[in-house]
Design a protein around this ligand. Structure first.
Ligand code: SAM
Length: 287
């Protein structure tokens, strides 16, 4: 059975990852020069949280649904990174017919944030899902100079597409972690990509189950990588159970200036809104 993100869309990890991706885009947009946003694992682009898969798992109830309901009850303003994320979801829902059950994935959120000097490429390995992503992007209001979906292998495309002509790029790598060779593919893919484009900003999402295992994994993935490395982590539950997804992490290579300080402000707020008990962290592995 192939991975379907529709079972997990809008869960707490999506909330964390998508706020981080939008914050990275905003940080890169502090400079006027355009950049490439490359999403190596694009997914479907738009998810129906009232559909069979999402209802079956009910994961969004502890994610986007919880965030929206807590903020609806709150009179105090939230961090601009959280507000901006929710505003983008709202406007994408309106653009797709207005259902409050729609949830946009990373390519759609990014497309809504890019400028006419930026471009987007999303890669997806499953044919039907890449077609769904193309349809969702075609129907979404986009301001980017170009938007392209590639049906293929995200790791191979790292080699084919880098460096971008603009020599600026944000590369989001969001694998399903369901195959035994994923770690090897990430390590090889990152090495090949960095050989071609060492100044790119790379954001790799990873699951946090057991703290010790995650730390060992991070040490293996970053071995031999010689550039600034930041991790941002948000744990809904204490990371002490290997069976469950307790936390969401992003390893960011070459993070933009002050992204760490900003994440240190919005992450605890997101955790509190989600009612999480596992804590959040912003840590430099190499500065
Ligand atoms: C976690 S989901 C992506 C979610 C998306 N990034 C988001 O945040 O909305 C992972 C997706 O990657 C696809 N995939 C799996 N292996 C892949 C590969 N080697 N190259 C490209 N896509 C892949 C899966 O079919 C799945 O749709």
């Amino acid at each position: 059975m192939q991975y379907r993100h529709s079972f997990h869309a809008g869960n707490f990890a999506d909330v964390h990852k998508h706020i981080a991706v939008l914050a990275l885009i905003a940080a890169l947009q502090k400079k006027p020069k355009g950049f490439l946003f490359l999403d190596t694992h694009g997914g479907e682009g738009l998810y129906d949280l009232a559909g069979h898969d999402a209802r079956h798992s009910a994961e969004s109830s502890a994610g986007i649904a919880q965030l929206e309901s807590r903020l609806a009850q709150s009179a105090s303003p939230c961090h601009p990174a959280i507000r901006g994320y929710l505003d983008r979801i709202e406007s994408l829902r309106r653009a797709h017919g207005g259902s409050p059950h729609l949830y946009p994935g990373s390519p759609l959120l990014a497309a809504s944030a890019l400028r006419d000097v930026d471009s987007l490429i999303a890669v997806e390995s499953q044919a039907a899902i890449s077609r769904a992503l193309q349809r969702a992007l075609d129907a979404a209001p986009a301001t980017a100079a170009s938007t392209r979906v590639i049906h293929g292998d995200g790791y191979q495309q790292l080699k084919a597409l880098l460096p971008p002509a603009s020599r600026r790029g944000l590369i989001v790598i969001d694998p399903p972690y369901e195959s035994s060779d994923e770690e090897q593919r990430i390590a090889t893919g990152l090495a090949a990509a960095r050989l071609r484009f060492s100044t790119g900003v790379y954001a790799l999402w990873y699951p946090i189950k057991k703290r010790h295992d995650t730390d060992l994994w991070l040490a293996r993935i970053t071995r031999g990588i010689d550039c600034p490395q930041l991790v941002i982590e948000l744990c809904l539950r204490p990371p002490d159970n290997a069976a469950g997804l307790n936390g969401s992490g992003m390893l960011i290579l070459n993070p933009p200036w002050q992204f760490d300080e900003d994440a240190g402000r919005w992450q605890p707020e997101v955790l509190a809104l989600l009612g999480g008990t596992g804590g959040s962290a912003v840590r430099w592995l190499k500065s």
